[in-house]
Each structure stands twice: as structure tokens, then as C-alpha cells.
Design a protein around this ligand. Structure first.
Ligand SMILES: [Mn+2]
Length: 436
């Protein structure tokens, strides 16, 4: 029996950004959600390292959130410290006897450099049983026409490594990768257990179809990159990350996998350890129907009703403060759209400025117009055409309503002119964004 723990996508150093209160947590050192990931990572490393007779720990990439394609900053200092602490816990409790195998993902990689945060922030010599494989190791293997594998003859286990590589980004890469991938076919002339370890996904073209399929008959395929814990096929699994990072991931499971492989029959026994349920805060999507009949006050009452559970005399607590996303749906007119944005901006700044009352870390929202679904061929271009049809009239009536509520004396025409200017700039900006 071979016992393996499969873990992935830790994203140490991940921070909530959009629509988040700027309060710092734990001694002004890390941000609230960031700290939660560190705490859980260390807890999990402690638990894993105490598993009796564990043969291997496999981590399928994205140990750090930064640097990545969009940010060249190194991982924040607490992330590096947590990583080192996690390694120390693991190797101390396993008395350096259990190999920790890591493959590089698309996060936590200094692009274009020879080194990774694994080299710049820890001393490899301190960890004789740490094995990591970078994109560079993969490209070297391709250039040298060699497989990329790691063998443990005493345990009769062989790992085939697939660090993240965007082989589809250039045709010459794709051709070379296609040719090379055949070398990763296990040699079936011995009794070794053959395990593939890959960071990638069929969804974005970063996992080769031969690794995704059962072509090579691996006994187990440990996958990383997708953040939800899921079984892809009989012996292909994503372990997912330890906690959801965005609102899409709230709908998925997160955790890690205890994998046991019977040496003779090669039968898998897989136990899912769920960790997302350890989340100490509310992290959810709230749906609100915005009917055209609703006045601004009706809508405000609906939103405030949803916020009630997060208001108390205890106020803000970085460890439990909620992450909330409001999804507005229904027949959304242009005016309703302005109304929602206006209300939500007001409510958010109110919650963030009253930390003695509101226990909320993040508020974001999205507006879904059901008429968009009805005319399902609608594209961004068409929406813009629609907005540009009578934006001044709709905006003017919105401003008028606001100012009447507010009992302010402003020149509505002048304000409308400013508003239109802002809207045109925003649309120009949207056009530019689309081009990226
Ligand atoms: Mn990834």
C-alpha cells in the first residue's frame, strides 16, 4: 500500500482586492483573508505530517499567488515565512523521511528568470527530501528529448512531472510538446506504480489531451490549476485549493486528498478532506430581484435586510468579517442600473466607515439584465448601442430623482452634461479593455 497526500493551489499571499475595506488585520502585517489562508495552510501541513506511514506529499503547483502573469511582485513576506514554516513542520514531523514533491504552476513564478521563490526564499540544502520541478526543467527535458520523471525504486513508485507550460501559445512549442509527451508513457515492464503530477486544465488548453485522457494508463493523475476539488475520471483528480478565493469558487468544494494505492491490484482508495467548511466567515452570493416597480427606497430596504446578520455591537472582526457579493437580476433599465450602483456605493462606504457596527470585509455587486438573456445574441457592442440610444434622457431623469430625494439645488442640465462626458469616457475605456 502506497499512501500519498495530494494538495494544490495554496496561493499563499492571495489578498481580496475589489470592494474590500482597507482595514489591516493581525498586527498590520497581513490582510484578513490572506491571514486565513496562512493559518489553514499551517494547520493542514501539521495534520498531513502526522499521517502514519505517509509515503509522499505531492503539491500540484501555485504554492504562491504572486508573482504571476499580471503582477511581477514577489510573494509578500508573510507568505514566504508561512511557506518555510510549513516545510519545517512537515519535515520535522516526518523526520525528513517523506518526500515532498512540487511542480510549478502559473502562479508564484518569476517569468523569464531561472529561479523561483523556492530558490530565492529557502535554502534547498536544508530540505534534502524536497523535490521541485520548474518550467525550465520541462523545457530542458523537451530540448534533450528526455522524459521528466522521478523514481523511488525502494518504494517502486515513479512520478511523471508536468509543470505548467503554455504549450499552445506557439506552434513550435505545441509540435515539440506533442512529440515529447510520448516519452511520458510509463514503462509497463515493471511493477512500479506510475503517477502523473500536472498543473493545467483542458478548459484553458494547458493540459495535454494525452494526460487528460487514460492514454498512458497512469495509476493516478494528480492535478492542479482548477481550484475546485473534483474527480475528473476514475483516477484523475483535482484536489482544489484549501479555501475558495473568489465568489465563483464559493460554489465549489476545496480541500485535499488522501490517496492510497494498492501495490498489487493498483486499486485506488481516495478520501476527500474538505477544508472549505473551516471558513470562519460568511462568504456568499446574495441574490436580489430588482423589479422595475421597485422605488429606490424599496430596493434599499431589500439590501439592508440582507445586511442585518452582519450588524452588531461587536463590530468588525478581521477573522469573521463577511465577504459578500450581491447579484441583481430582473428587468434592469438603464435608470435602475444607475440606481443600484448609487445605492450599493453608498451602503458600502457606510459599512466600511462604521467598523463599530458592521462586520463586513468585502461588498461587491453585479447586475444581470434578463433582457440580455432574452436576446441571447446580444454582445457588448449591442449593449453599448442600446446605452447610447437615449442615455441623456435616462440619466437626466435619474439625476432629477436623486436631487429631489436629496432636496439639493443643482443645475440638472449641467450635471447631465458632466454625466454624459463621464459615460463616454467609460465607454471608450471599455472599448480599450475589449482589445486586450
Ligand atoms: Mn494555476
Amino acid at each position: 500500500m502506497i499512501k500519498i497526500v495530494h494538495i494544490s493551489d495554496s496561493h499563499l499571499g492571495y489578498r481580496t482586492r475589489r470592494g474590500t475595506t482597507n482595514k489591516w488585520a493581525i498586527q498590520n502585517y497581513s490582510k484578513p483573508y490572506e491571514q486565513e489562508i496562512y493559518d489553514l495552510f499551517l494547520e493542514v501541513m501539521e495534520d498531513i505530517s502526522k499521517i502514519k506511514d505517509l509515503d509522499f506529499l505531492i503539491h500540484c503547483g501555485d504554492m504562491f499567488h504572486n508573482p504571476s502573469l499580471y503582477s511581477s511582485y514577489p510573494p509578500p513576506e508573510p507568505a514566504r515565512r508561512t511557506f518555510k514554516e510549513g516545510l519545517d513542520i512537515f519535515f520535522k514531523n516526518t523526520k525528513n523521511q517523506t518526500p515532498f514533491i512540487y511542480i510549478e504552476g502559473n502562479h508564484g513564478v518569476f517569468r523569464g528568470y531561472e529561479y523561483t521563490p523556492f530558490e530565492s526564499h529557502i535554502q534547498k540544502d536544508e530540505y534534502p527530501n524536497l523535490y521541485y520541478f520548474k518550467e525550465r526543467d520541462l523545457t530542458n527535458a523537451i530540448n534533450n528529448n528526455q522524459p521528466l520523471k522521478l523514481e523511488f525504486p525502494s518504494k517502486e513508485v515513479r512520478f511523471y512531472l508536468f509543470p505548467f507550460f503554455e504549450f499552445k501559445s506557439f506552434e513550435i512549442y505545441e509540435v515539440a510538446y506533442d512529440k515529447w509527451v510520448g516519452l511520458q508513457r510509463p514503462n509497463k515492464s515493471d511493477d512500479f506504480i506510475n503517477i502523473a503530477v500536472a498543473h493545467g486544465s483542458i478548459a484553458d488548453g494547458t493540459l495535454h489531451r494525452k494526460v487528460n485522457s487514460d492514454d498512458f494508463s497512469y495509476d493516478y493523475v494528480a492535478l492542479g490549476h482548477e481550484h475546485g476539488l473534483k474527480k475528473v475520471s476514475k483516477n484523475h483528480y483535482y484536489s482544489g485549493s484549501l479555501l475558495p478565493m473568489n465568489f465563483k469558487e464559493v460554489l465549489e468544494k476545496q480541500g485535499y486528498l488522501n490517496v492510497e494505492i494498492d501495490k498489487k491490484a493498483k486499486i485506488l482508495n481516495i478520501e476527500e478532506i474538505s477544508t472549505n467548511k473551516l471558513l470562519k466567515r460568511t462568504f456568499e452570493i446574495i441574490k436580489i430581484e430588482a423589479s422595475p416597480q421597485h422605488t429606490s427606497a424599496d430596493l434599499e430596504a431589500l439590501i439592508r435586510n440582507e445586511l442585518k446578520p452582519f450588524i452588531s455591537d461587536e463590530g468588525f472582526d478581521p477573522k469573521t468579517a463577511a465577504r459578500l457579493k450581491f447579484n441583481f437580476y430582473g428587468e434592469i433599465t438603464f435608470k435602475k442600473n444607475w440606481q443600484i450602483n448609487d445605492l450599493m456605493t453608498k451602503i458600502r462606504s457606510e459599512s466600511f466607515s462604521q467598523s463599530d457596527k458592521f462586520n463586513i470585509l468585502q461588498i461587491i455587486w453585479k447586475i444581470f439584465d434578463e433582457s440580455e438573456d432574452a436576446e441571447n445574441d446580444i454582445s457588448t457592442g449591442l449593449i453599448q448601442d442600446y446605452i447610447l440610444e437615449h442615455p441623456d434622457e435616462e440619466f437626466k431623469s435619474f439625476v432629477k430623482e436623486k436631487l429631489t430625494e436629496d432636496k439639493s439645488q443643482f443645475d440638472v442640465d449641467k450635471l447631465t452634461q458632466f454625466g454624459m462626458k463621464a459615460l463616454k469616457n467609460a465607454l471608450k475605456f471599455m472599448e480599450r479593455e475589449k482589445e486586450v
